[in-house]
Design a protein around this ligand. Structure first.
Ligand code: MSP
Length: 639
């Protein structure tokens, strides 16, 4: 029998913006699902990539004096290298500028045209370039603002080809009705259904007022038009499998899970299945929409300067800790607020106290009672009940994961860990040893080791490296074989000798990142967020002073940090720990002046006290320290 197949996709990311936490979230959930299917032995294909055509990209490139293609190359490269650094296990990274993709899109256009689903007409209405979406008058806010992003729409009047979306209304409603889990979660599916029930209008699928897009198939003999960017983009999910060119990977279609953010669900749960029906292809099994990450309850945006950089977070707190946090912190489908405090709490309580500590207790007890050897021989005689209850939680966990409820999945795994941790407290193996009940004590240790082993297998898709270390300690490998043995068949670990490992989750004492604060001007130099304006008194609460760096050295084991001694004119120099190592050589900093926030509460960073913060400006080209134009006395105030 050939193995089951799985096809997992992320949205393809626009290249007008560098990757942020929202992109990382979608990609990490998709990566988790792909790893989970591989663990179960499915023949899995995982697709991600970049969406590079359209007016928005053309304009973004122009404003930077670049050609769209140069600009797309640069930003697409940033996404790809971030996913590589994050160990995202994609099988293909598609770019919509790839030659095969263009051919596939043209082929799809022809098929839809030939079966009567495309006709030529003219479009008159409003277009939001930022969302690349057409809107009718009644959808707009205040007559011309986009209902999705609030930006101004443009009036567009042009010849256009249309897709007969209106013909698919009933068929779409039947799909939602017949396939309960086709759109997840349920609440989002209901929103889609009510939208479709209001009636679907035909969709304009070509544009004539700009160039940066895929031309119509040569057969159409109509050179004025380029494809509407959403038609082009959605088709990536099949052109990446070779649709219209080399179709050997089309065996992976239909997709098992298509992950999207809630803002683009309409495109994926309405337009996309309609296009697929028109092409005569089966529909995806699950289109799953997640919520948005906010910062202090607000939408993140470049203009507010409050965007969370996923690489900074992963570098500071550990990639796998960050993956765990993202998937554990918010119920799938709902919005979540990012804060370092919440992340630190998760690391210190869930990971360090509950998971890491369980492993340490197993190592500690086995070293004292049995010279590190563990045997499962008496587990079922003494601890069948605990083991079976833990296994029930693991089953629940998998049911949740299959519906993308990653937070509930993790909650169930943690319930199994709680059974293990509580069993140690309840049965007190150290007392049993004293009372000459060594078999019981050793069975308790083995039972909790078995629970930890099973949890590690299921946690592997989220924390691959950490769980592999746990498995090494418990003398097994995480693979499809161990999944079958220990999860499907509920087998117990063979007798083994434990390997000692250093603690997996050292506690974090203080925030490790400087929090970006909202700025008050946007890119066009317009004021935003008037509420965040401050008074002069508030400004002077921050004591900015000039100082000279008298010593600078690298912080051992840190990729980013330098330790500086800065003379601020006080008796003693100040120690400042700053994340500037990637940009400055320590020697080059000595005897140069900088600007320092001098009244910041001291904080510990990687065990070192930092007694201030230096000022620096950062953009996509690098970082630059803020310095006085001419040397000033150390300690002079800035303002
Ligand atoms: N190019 C389109 C997708 C085409 S797929 C055929 C697009 N790109 S995007 O780069 O703007 O967004 C990609 C994904 O990132 C979307 O799923 C979106 O929901 C997600 N996120 C963008 N900001 C986000 C947050 N702040 N939080 C969570 N996800 C968010 O749309």
């Amino acid at each position: 029998m050939s193995p089951k197949k799985a096809f997992v996709t992320t949205p393809i990311y626009y290249v007008n913006d560098i990757p942020h936490i929202g992109h990382a979230y979608t990609t990490i959930i998709a990566d988790t699902m792909a790893r989970y299917y591989r663990l179960k032995g499915y023949d899995t294909f995982f697709l991600t990539g970049t969406d590079e055509h359209g007016q928005k990209i053309e304009e973004a490139a122009k404003s930077r004096n670049r050609t769209p293609s140069e600009y797309a190359d640069e930003i697409s490269g940033k996404f790809k290298s971030l996913w590589d650094e994050f160990d995202i296990s994609y099988d293909k990274f598609i770019r919509t500028t790839d030659a095969e993709h263009k051919l596939g899109v043209q082929k799809a256009f022809e098929v839809m045209f030939d079966n009567g689903d495309i006709y030529k007409g003219s479009y008159e209405g409003h277009y939001c370039v930022s969302c690349e979406t057409f809107f009718t008058d009644i959808q707009l806010i205040d007559e011309n603002l986009c209902p999705d992003c609030g930006k101004e729409t443009r009036v567009v009047k042009e010849e256009s080809y249309f897709f007969r979306l209106s013909n698919y209304q009933e068929k779409l409603l039947n799909w939602y009705n017949d396939d309960e889990k086709c759109v997840l979660p349920k609440g989002k599916k209901n929103e889609v259904i009510s939208f479709v029930k209001q009636g679907l209008r035909d969709l304009s699928i070509t544009r004539t007022s700009f160039d940066w897009g895929i031309k119509l198939p040569p057969k159409m003999n109509d050179n004025k038009h380029v494809m509407y960017v959403w038609l082009d983009a959605l088709l990536n999910y099949i052109t990446a499998l070779g649709y219209g060119t080399d179709e050997k990977n089309m065996k992976y279609w239909p997709a098992t899970v298509q992950l999207v953010g809630k803002d683009i669900l309409r495109f994926h749960a309405i337009y996309w299945p309609a296009f697929l029906m028109s092409l005569g292809l089966p529909l995806p099994k699950h289109v799953a929409a997640h919520g948005w990450w906010t910062r202090n309850g607000e939408k993140m945006s470049k203009s507010k300067g409050n965007v969370v950089d996923p690489k900074e977070v992963a570098d500071a707190y550990g990639l796998e800790n960050f993956r765990y946090f993202l998937l554990r912190e918010v119920p799938f489908g709902q919005d979540g607020d990012f804060s370092q405090k919440a992340l630190i709490d998760r690391i210190n309580s869930d990971l360090s106290n509950e998971l890491g500590n369980l492993l340490n207790r197993i190592i500690g007890m086995s070293s004292k009672y049995s010279n590190f050897s563990i045997s499962s021989k008496d587990v079922l005689s003494y601890h069948k009940k605990e083991l079976l209850t833990a296994i029930e939680h693991l089953k629940m966990a998998e049911t949740n994961l299959n519906e993308l409820q990653t937070n509930r999945f993790l909650e169930e795994l943690w319930k199994a860990l709680t059974i293990a941790n509580q069993s140690i407290t309840i049965y007190e193996p150290w007392v049993k040893i004293k009372n000459n009940e060594k078999d019981f004590a050793l069975a308790t240790v083995a039972m909790v080791a078995n629970i930890l082993a099973k949890v590690s297998i299921l946690l592997h898709p989220i924390m691959p490296k950490t769980t592999s270390k746990i498995a090494e300690t418990l003398n097994f490998d995480i693979s499809n074989n161990s999944y079958i043995r220990f999860i499907e068949d509920n087998d117990l670990l063979d007798d083994f000798i434990i390997q000692k490992v250093p603690p997996l989750f050292p506690k974090i004492e203080a925030e490790l990142l400087v929090t970006p604060e909202p700025s008050i001007k946007n890119e066009k130099n317009e004021k935003v967020e008037v509420d965040s304006l401050i008074t002069i008194d508030q400004f002077f609460q921050t004591k900015l002073r000039i100082g000279t760096i008298i010593e600078a050295e690298e912080v051992p084991k840190s990729k980013k940090l330098l330790r500086l001694q800065v003379d601020l004119g006080d008796e003693k120099p100040r120690q400042i720990v700053a994340g500037i190592k990637e940009y400055y050589n320590p020697e080059s900093l000595v005897n140069t002046q900088i600007c320092v926030v001098a009244n910041l509460k001291p904080a510990k960073i990687m065990g070192l006290v930092s007694e201030g913060m230096l000022l620096a400006a950062k953009d996509e080209n690098g970082l630059s320290l803020v310095r006085p134009e001419k040397n000033r006395q150390n300690g002079s105030s800035v303002g």
